[in-house]
Design a binder for this molecule. Structure first.
Ligand code: ATP
Ligand code: MG
Ligand code: MG
Length: 368
């Protein structure tokens, strides 16, 4: 099958790399003209000059990026099948819509208010009492467009720093840890769940994912599955969906979702029977889903900014290095390393060792 991917960053690249093995061909279309890591035929098309040619080359379309112009995706969906449904994009592009859908489906979130002026943001902080995380309603990623507000006097400064016309003020969640669930829904409505991953962020960016998450309270995994199943069924979703969650020690709270393969699912390339990338391609091309179980404790470490000496990383017998072919730049995700071990203790040592070789990587402080 000829598959078109909207977006041509590392997620598009890894989808294509796994999809080629299934005999598919790939064309990647970047409407921002910033294709950075794609493989296959790349259409770098900021002026929309070659959209028709791209569409003629492909049988079905998916996306790897949620900040795509919605009108463009709807226009494409009138000409070719698009999976996941464009409504998933619409919801994920707007934190207000996303939170409304969560509450409609009984998925708990932090208390929040929407603000459309500095004054409203101040009122929201007063009403929520305690620290607040303010986020632009649209366009944020990697913690960009966010500010933590400690008291109402700080609201005006935060409003200016965020610089958007609509902001969501959320109660700061004093979580025990962050986890995520990645699931895939096939064209026959079957759903398969990956085990929960535990996620450690640094400076607003995901740095480590450990999967399967250890020592989950009884029922927590099922609770996460219930949430993501409700979202997928409501949306009539086909493909991989990720849901970021806070483990509060007293249950789960949803943070946000991503209608695509997700950084916290990269571990599946080396730690699960079928990777999230292969399963997404299977789903959007109408093939049966693959087994989502993990076969060993696995840790994913993002390579951010620069790699340092690659030879040193590869000398370690347990590292699986994935580089995206992107130019190094501070704060930029340019690759990741997957590490597998026979036990969580061994995984800890291996990940500590690997993290110490990566420039700017914080210490790996996780304990099983
Ligand atoms: P992503 O790159 O995951 O799309 P994003 O810019 O959309 O990031 P969020 O995922 O909403 O931002 O927030 C980034 C991180 O900030 C979260 O993973 C979490 O660590 C922290 N955070 C966000 N909201 C809250 C909150 N209400 N309480 C406490 N911490 C929060
Ligand atoms: Mg996000
Ligand atoms: Mg997030």
């Amino acid at each position: 099958m000829k598959i078109g991917i909207l977006g041509a960053g590392q997620l598009g690249r890894m989808l294509a790399l796994d999809g080629f093995r299934l005999g598919h061909d790939f064309s990647l279309y970047d409407p921002n003209g910033k294709a950075s890591a794609g493989v296959g035929t790349i259409y770098n098309d900021p002026d929309g000059l070659v959209l028709d040619i791209f569409l003629r080359q492909v049988d079905t379309i998916t996306y790897e990026f949620e900040h795509l112009p919605l009108e463009l995706v709807n226009q494409i969906a009138r000409q070719k099948p698009v999976h996941p449904v464009p409504r998933a994009l619409e919801v994920c592009q707007n934190r207000r819509h996303e939170k409304a859908l969560f509450s409609e489906l009984g998925i708990p979130t932090a208390a929040y208010h929407i603000a459309t002026s500095a004054e409203e943001l101040r009122e929201a902080v007063e009403r929520l009492d305690g620290p607040v995380v303010a986020k632009s309603v649209t366009e944020g990623y990697d913690g960009k467009g966010q500010a933590v507000i400690e008291s109402p006097e700080d609201a005006a400064g935060a409003w200016d720093a965020i610089g958007h016309s609509e902001v969501v003020a959320e109660q700061f969640v004093d979580f025990k840890r962050e986890v995520s669930i990645v699931a895939v829904r096939g064209s026959d409505d079957e759903i398969a769940f990956y085990p929960l991953a535990e996620n450690i962020h640094h400076e607003g960016i995901l740095r480590f994912s450990i999967a399967p998450a250890q020592k989950l309270a009884p029922g927590l995994e099922e609770e996460a599955q219930r949430m993501i199943r409700a979202l997928m069924n409501e949306l009539g979703y086909v493909g991989v969906l990720a849901l970021e969650l806070f483990d509060t020690g007293d249950g789960l709270m949803a943070n946000e979702m991503a209608p695509r393969v997700h950084n916290s699912g990269h571990w599946t390339q080396n730690g699960a029977t079928t990777s999230q990338f292969e399963n997404h391609i299977r789903a959007v091309s109408g093939l049966p889903l693959g087994d989502t179980s993990a076969f060993a404790p696995t840790c994913m470490i993002n390579v951010i900014g620069e790699t340092g000496p690659v030879e040193k990383l590869l000398e370690l017998p347990y590292t699986h290095l994935h580089l995206y072919g992107k130019s190094p730049k501070p704060g930029r995700k340019i690759g990741h390393i997957n590490i597998r071990a026979d036990s969580p203790e061994e995984l800890r040592w291996r990940a500590m060792n690997t993290a110490s070789l990566l420039p700017g990587c914080p210490d790996f402080e996780w304990r099983p």
